[in-house]
Ligand binder design. Structure first.
Ligand SMILES: Nc1ncnc2c1ncn2[C@@H]1O[C@H](COP(=O)(O)OP(=O)(O)OP(=O)(O)O)[C@@H](O)[C@H]1O
Ligand SMILES: O=P(O)(O)OC[C@H]1O[C@H](OP(=O)(O)OP(=O)(O)O)[C@H](O)[C@@H]1O
Ligand SMILES: O=C(O)c1cccnc1
Length: 481
């Protein structure tokens, strides 16, 4: 089995639609699809875009090999041989635009746009959603954690509880983009260049007759990297005193102990007591690591309780985005070729929030030139000139258009970058550290009221007047039939 070929990492209905288009002769018709989500995760005020590196790898490697063709031939659909031959010759030849990783993103803004034949654009939907939904979700969760501990060290510990191997490594990468400092997953470190860190488990202590012996043996083995887990038996009566003995031993050898780790009990109380004991013993530089089902709320609470914790190891809650396990991003057709012309299309819903924004459009971030802060995201049809030229534009709520304001002193930054053109990669993916630094800059370009964890202000995502009118016209055309 060629595990690395992700071409069949798609829903069967995509292949069935491709087949039906092929038989009908419409497979080469052009289509424009957009990826976006409708609601921010975690009841937060923003999301952090991620997933592009994986999307690029996926698109570049798309091909139906003999194994894939043989498997499709076995399907109950009895696909015709000429269709299977067309798949054998398949290559992504379309265009793809995307918002760079690390960018703050908001509902209804296209994160990825695919412009290609309906054949290829349909095939890639499932995988693109799979990558972008997960990685954006984890980057967002990690960013929320970063916000409550901006000056502390954050370690990603989630692999053992992640939803399988891909989630572990791409989740580690997404966490790093959002400001985590290291991961415990060595493969993620090797693949992406993320710094790696590790302490030791309870099993290390349990594998010895005494805790003190275990600590000493660990210090002998890794004298430069000693972080001792102190809660196996009794944190304050045995763990911390034994750790202090080990620190003294290391000191006598000209070495320093790094840290202790607390993994159970009242982390506020235990960290304060342990800090006091370490300081009294003359080890103020020994840091305190905490872990145990941490998330942004617990960390915030611990900081409010004046917990003396320098390093946070965060696993399950982060890697599984436990309080909201899916972003809910969608891939919607917004325009298609009809009689040789690209025409906008719409999907109507009884819920106004779910009606799609039609047409081939651009997405801009409207930056207020006076404050340097983001004012709104603005979706406009591609041919509209006013926003491109920086002329006065009207910002109005698309659901409640009577709420509006005009803005003229702005810079409109295009959000979508060209990634593939005619199937060729035309984008140079920044290094992971550049992406991480760019994300930190992004955070500074927003007012704090949009970023706060609880009850944030809603950031505006507005439609140009022309786009709004097009949407209304299409709604009326479809509802008055
Ligand atoms: N001072 C504190 N304030 C708020 N939450 C805390 C505090 N100390 C620890 N927690 C959190 O409370 C939860 C404690 O869970 P639980 O009772 O299962 O752990 P425990 O008492 O350490 O037991 P175990 O030994 O089974 O790990 C964890 O999520 C932990 O991060
Ligand atoms: O709590 P999380 O945020 O998921 O962080 C990872 C957890 O994984 C380890 O525990 P585990 O019980 O798996 O192993 P251990 O024996 O090393 O404690 C570690 O001690 C953390 O508690
Ligand atoms: O290094 C650690 O302490 C670690 C790694 C993974 C999970 N829990 C803890």
């Amino acid at each position: 089995m060629s595990e690395n070929n992700l071409t069949l990492h798609t829903d069967k209905y995509q292949i069935n639609m491709m087949y039906a288009h092929f038989l009908k002769g419409t497979d080469k018709a052009k289509a424009v699809f957009e990826v976006y989500f409708r609601k921010l995760p975690f009841e937060g005020g923003y999301a952090v875009c991620a997933g592009l590196e994986r999307v690029i790898q996926y698109i570049q490697n798309l091909h139906f090999g003999e194994e894939e063709i043989a498997y499709l031939r076995m399907q109950e659909e009895n696909y015709r041989e000429d269709f299977l031959s067309a798949l054998r010759d398949f290559k992504f030849r379309g265009d793809l635009q995307a918002i760079p990783e690390g960018t703050l993103v908001f509902p209804n803004v296209p994160l990825v746009r695919v412009v290609g034949s309906i054949f290829e654009a349909q095939l890639v939907e499932t995988a693109i959603l799979n990558f972008v939904n997960y990685q954006t979700l984890i980057a967002t969760k990690a960013s929320r954690i970063k916000q409550v501990a901006p000056n502390d060290i954050l370690l990603e510990f989630g692999t053992r509880r992640a939803q399988e191997a891909d989630a572990a490594i791409w989740g580690a990468r997404a966490s790093y983009v959002a400001g985590f400092h290291a991961t415990s997953n060595l493969r993620a470190g090797m693949l992406f260049g993320i710094p790696t860190k590790g302490t030791h488990a309870h099993a290390w202590v349990q594998a010895h007759d005494t805790e003190e012996e275990a600590f000493r043996a660990y210090a002998d083995a890794l004298p430069e990297q000693v972080t001792l887990l102190v809660d196996t038996y009794d944190t304050l009566r045995s763990g911390v005193p034994n750790a202090i003995r080990t620190a003294r031993l290391l000191q006598s050898r000209g070495k320093r102990m790094n840290a202790i780790r607390l993994d159970s009990g009242d982390l506020a109380y235990l960290s304060q007591q342990a800090r006091h004991m370490l300081d009294e013993a003359g080890f103020p530089e020994v840091k305190i690591v905490a872990s145990n089902d941490l998330d942004e709320n617990i960390i915030e609470g611990l900081k409010a309780q004046d917990a003396k914790i320098d390093v946070w190891g965060v696993g399950t809650q982060l890697i599984t985005a436990a309080d909201q396990p899916s972003l809910g991003g969608v891939y919607k057709l917004v325009a298609r070729e009809k009689d040789g012309v690209i025409v906008p299309v719409i999907k109507i819903s009884g819920n106004p929030e779910k009606v799609t924004n039609p047409g081939f459009k651009d997405a801009y971030r409207i930056m207020n030139k006076k404050t340097g802060k983001a004012e709104a995201d603005y979706l406009a049809l591609q041919q509209e000139e006013d926003v491109k030229n920086g002329e006065r534009i009207k910002l109005f709520d698309p659901i409640h258009p009577y709420i509006f304001k005009f803005i003229d002193n702005y810079e409109a930054i295009p959000l979508l970058q060209n990634i593939f053109a005619g199937g060729e990669l035309v984008y140079k993916l920044p290094s992971l550290d550049e992406i991480r630094a760019y994300h930190a800059e992004q955070m500074k370009s927003f007012w704090p009221q949009y970023l706060r964890k609880l009850n944030p202000e809603g950031y505006r995502v507005n439609l140009s007047t022309a786009l709004w009118k097009l949407k209304m016209d299409l709604i009326h055309a479809h509802t008055s039939m």
